[in-house]
Design a binder for this molecule. Structure first.
Ligand SMILES: NC(=O)c1ccc[n+]([C@@H]2O[C@H](COP(=O)([O-])OP(=O)(O)OC[C@H]3O[C@@H](n4cnc5c(N)ncnc54)[C@H](OP(=O)(O)O)[C@@H]3O)[C@@H](O)[C@H]2O)c1
Length: 327
């Protein structure tokens, strides 16, 4: 597996997103398979494992902690705080106050069964707390040896600059895929200028780009896609039609649609890392093999025709979640 650097932190170019192992895309019925998937990822040279306090909540960090118990040194462990308040704010409120962070980190360390987190992200910017205060507290965690590197997610470019001025940001984690190209507008140039790596989350468009979603729609109970605008009604029909065109390009290339989607992300820059999510070894193995898929200029043109920029229908999140994006 090829590696790259997020700031000074060396990671595999393809990581493993663990969120779906705690139910975001329907019930998880086979936890043992999730753990086998994590082990297989490490066997294949994946080092970056991505979780968050809020996934589950808490279940995902506990699962990772159990899975890596005897393999901690092989892992670049990334987790996030900010969606859960530890200072008594109402449920569902963001909380990036220094007091909440100091409690959050202890919980994450305990659940992950480790004495340090390799990459600690602010999951969303909290408009009620100056980002300088948040990053001051995060920087103290680095000073205390609890955290090695810091990251930010879905923050506006101006906020990235302010946070970076307090403590160097190693990684910005943003939704970035053939279907979500907004970071190209104002963000990528700022990350480049500041030497911050991009971690592309949902590189498979939450499954849409894999060509394996059922056109009849309707996801299982608790599946986030039941409320995500791009998976509803006419939006979904329109987006599935584009997915079918991606599948045709993939077939011509002799790869799977998921591999094509991941290879496209990696082709956008040497310091871009993709963290496709899966809870199954068979998908994991397929996704990891995308690291060896080289896209020619002709492939990129064909993909550009199959999925014109901004042709996707529907927002990424429901309105209440979109309100937390780009602050
Ligand atoms: N920073 C943030 O705010 C944020 C937000 C969302 C996600 N993330 C992180 O990013 C990671 C990845 O994103 P994601 O999980 O949302 O979406 P994703 O990687 O775009 O897609 C995951 C979906 O695709 C399916 N899948 C994976 N590989 C496949 C393959 N080869 N063939 C067919 N289907 C395949 C998975 O199925 P199975 O689950 O059945 O395996 C799952 O339903 C998450 O796990 C999380 O760590 C971060």
């Amino acid at each position: 597996m090829r590696t790259t650097y997020l700031g000074d932190l060396e990671v595999s170019r393809i990581g493993l997103g663990a969120m779906g192992m705690s139910g975001s895309y329907g019930a998880v019925t086979d936890e043992a398979e999730s753990i086998r998937t994590i082990h297989r990822a490490l066997d294949l040279g994946v080092t970056l494992l991505d979780t968050a306090e809020v996934y589950g909540p808490y279940h995902n960090e506990e699962l990772i902690g159990r899975a890596i118990k005897d393999r901690r040194e092989q892992v670049v462990l990334a987790t996030k705080f900010g969606f859960i308040s530890h200072t008594g704010r109402a449920q569902g409120s963001l909380d990036s106050s220094p007091a909440s962070i100091r409690i959050a980190v202890e919980g994450s360390l305990a659940r992950l069964g480790t004495d340090h987190i390799d990459l600690y992200y602010q999951h969303r910017v909290d408009a009620t707390v100056p980002v300088e205060d948040t990053w001051g507290a995060m920087s103290e965690l680095v000073g205390a040896g609890k955290v090695r590197y810091l990251g930010i997610s879905e923050a506006a470019p101006a906020t990235v600059r302010r946070a970076h001025a307090v403590h160097p940001i190693a990684a910005g984690q943003y939704e970035y895929s053939l279907f979500s190209r907004e970071p190209e507008d104002d963000l990528l140039p700022v990350l480049d200028e500041l030497g911050i790596g991009l971690v592309s989350y949902s590189p498979l468009g939450r499954g849409l780009l894999t060509g394996s979603l059922d056109a009849s729609g309707g996801f299982g109970q608790g599946d986030f896609r039941n409320v995500a605008p791009r998976f509803q009604g006419e939006n979904y029909d329109h987006n599935l039609a584009m997915t079918a065109r991606v599948a045709e390009v993939a077939q011509d290339k002799g790869v799977t649609p998921a591999q094509l989607a991941i290879a496209w992300v990696l082709a956008q820059g040497d310091d871009i890392v993709a963290i496709p999510g899966t809870k199954r070894r068979k998908y994991l193995e397929q996704n990891v093999a995308a690291a060896d898929v080289v896209l020619s200029p002709e492939d990129l043109i064909a993909l550009g025709k199959a999925v014109p920029r901004d042709a996707i229908a529907g927002e990424r999140y429901p309105a209440a979640f979109m309100a937390h994006i780009g602050l």
